[in-house]
Write a protein that binds this ligand. Sequence first.
Ligand SMILES: Nc1nc2c(ncn2[C@@H]2O[C@H](COP(=O)(O)OP(=O)(O)O[C@H]3O[C@H](CO)[C@@H](O)[C@H](O)[C@@H]3O)[C@@H](O)[C@H]2O)c(=O)[nH]1
Ligand SMILES: [Mg+2]
Length: 194
Amino acid sequence: MSSNRLKNIQSTLLSDNHYILKKYNFQYLMDNGTWVNQMREVYDRGDGAGILLYNKEKQTIILIKQFRMPTYLNDNKDGFIIEICAGLLDKDNPEACIIREVEEEVGYRIKTVKKVYEAYSSPGVMTEKMHFFVGEYTDTMKVNDGGGLDSEHEDIEVLEIPFTEAIDMLNSGKIEDTRTIVLLQYAQINRLLD
Ligand SMILES: Nc1nc2c(ncn2[C@@H]2O[C@H](COP(=O)(O)OP(=O)(O)O[C@H]3O[C@H](CO)[C@@H](O)[C@H](O)[C@@H]3O)[C@@H](O)[C@H]2O)c(=O)[nH]1
Ligand SMILES: [Mg+2]
């Protein structure tokens, strides 16, 4: 991490209540050669991982539905949103994280996953980099009902749906989570279920 277009970076902690929100004051060298003062608030929750689980034989995928307060505060009527299974890395490596999340959130014990993308979630605001995976599941891999951790009051509904139905939902605007859109489009482009 170094740049000759930045100097005098100073940070002030605004909140470490759960994750970390800091204010950064710094000088930035514009393309026209002038130094300007800038201030940015940056939210640090670490990195994340998400996965599209698919079953070629059944032509199905697994998504989840859960309450997300930030969407409720915007325009999502009841605050429930359909997403891929995903979680924060919590110091795990991305593969280990996503394998753990799959078992906790949707109840399948999978062994192999394929990394397809690595991308910043919201580069103007968060430090978070997201690791995107796809992985095959079968009925025999099911070990529990999923639903998330009771200790964290996770309340996750598991949706096993035909891939074609998911694509219809994508095209009709019912999928409103960017990470989910990315992986459904990946599956379409790469004919993942063929
Ligand atoms: N007490 C408290 N708990 C929190 C707070 N924010 C999150 N949590 C809890 O922290 C846990 C995080 O669960 P994970 O499954 O590890 O993370 P995630 O929220 O699903 O994260 C995924 O989606 C995010 C997008 O909304 C991604 O940003 C992230 O990378 C990952 O893909 C959940 O139990 C959630 O309730 C908070 O401010 N306070
Ligand atoms: Mg999660």
